[in-house]
Design a protein. Structure first.
Length: 324
């Protein structure tokens, strides 16, 4: 992509943005999974100015709330890699967008995990069942779930079998492996070849995620923007991963971290010269603010109401600190 960004186009009229949407891991968070004081201060400043700040993550919602509390803001969120868009806490975390995994796909995926001897994270809609359930039957399963717990500070509920969940509609499913994740992705894709029109697969470092085909950060953020009377062209989005490509493409201005994956960089409007370790989000926002491109949203905020209409909440304890 060009090194010149939309924010650097010469002329008297520069695009204006009234929403900042940012990924968490390897974007807003540093490698210690903390929000730097510079990033936090910049987001608070924009929030106080009247801009919308939205956290967009593959994490489950309860594992995002501690970062919201660390920022000391009441925020809308896109969680579970775009399966859900949640309203603010003051609006009771009602949903602007909800696209869970179809029960038929859940049954197939859990059956494959049983057949292959793999463990699978099941992300519940029913908070009474805990945050994530997973069948753990050997040392590999224990190592993988502990690795994932340390990454996200999630809370697990370990189960003996998948029986109670085979007909459920989880927000998403996530198969973990200590083997080749590329081979696992290909194996899952081949095994679900007859239902690929219903699923969205995401390959990560050591796991493969299975979501509803309609679930992605762009679709969820678009639904959120519509409810807030904001055009996607008024959004500046930050990301680093392949799961950020769609929502960065849909935004008015998409910025990839210098540490972003190649596919993310390819589709960004700008590749930052700074990484998540160098406060890239704050630095890029400082540039946009200095150029007069970050402006308050002047539309009145919609009244809180139940948005649970787009179908076609789990507690977690996490230590989150602002890095000095």
């Amino acid at each position: 992509m060009s090194t010149e960004s939309k924010s650097e186009v010469s002329g008297s009229t520069l695009p204006k943005y009234c929403m900042v949407a940012t990924d968490l891991d390897s974007t807003l968070l540093n490698n210690k999974h903390q929000i730097s004081e510079r990033n936090a201060a910049m987001l608070r400043k924009l929030h106080d100015m009247g801009l919308h700040v939205v956290l967009c993550s593959g994490r489950m919602a309860p594992c995002m709330h501690p970062y919201e509390r660390a920022l000391r803001m009441d925020l809308n969120m896109v969680s579970y890699n775009g399966a859900v868009a949640f309203a603010t806490e003051s609006c009771n975390r009602s949903t602007y967008f909800l696209q869970p995994v179809p029960p038929s796909v859940t049954k197939r995926v859990l059956g494959l995990c049983d057949e292959w001897g793999l463990t699978c994270n099941i992300y519940h809609q029913d908070i009474s069942q805990g945050g994530i359930s997973a069948r753990v039957s050997d040392d590999s399963h224990r190592r993988l779930t502990e690795r994932y717990r340390l990454l996200t500070s999630c809370t697990y509920s370990f189960i003996d079998d998948h029986g109670p969940f085979v007909d459920s509609e989880p927000y998403k499913l996530l198969i973990l492996t200590e083997g080749s994740v590329e081979e696992l992705y290909d194996k899952v894709r081949e095994s679900l070849s007859d239902v690929l029109d219903d699923v969205h697969l995401i390959q990560a470092e050591y796991f493969v995620e299975i979501l509803n085909k309609k679930a992605n950060k762009r679709s969820a953020l678009t639904a959120l923007c519509q409810s807030l009377n904001i055009d996607m062209g008024q959004v500046v989005a930050f990301g680093d991963g392949n799961n950020d490509v769609e929502f960065m493409q849909g935004a008015g201005f998409g910025v990839a971290m210098s540490n972003a994956q190649p596919e993310c960089k390819k589709h960004a409007d700008k590749v930052s010269c700074w990484s998540n370790e160098e406060d890239a989000v704050a630095r890029e926002l400082e540039l946009l603010l200095a150029s007069g491109q970050l402006v308050p949203h002047h539309e009145p905020a919609p009244h809180c109401h139940d948005h649970d209409h787009d179908h076609d909440h789990a507690t977690a304890t996490a230590k989150v600190e602002l890095s000095e």
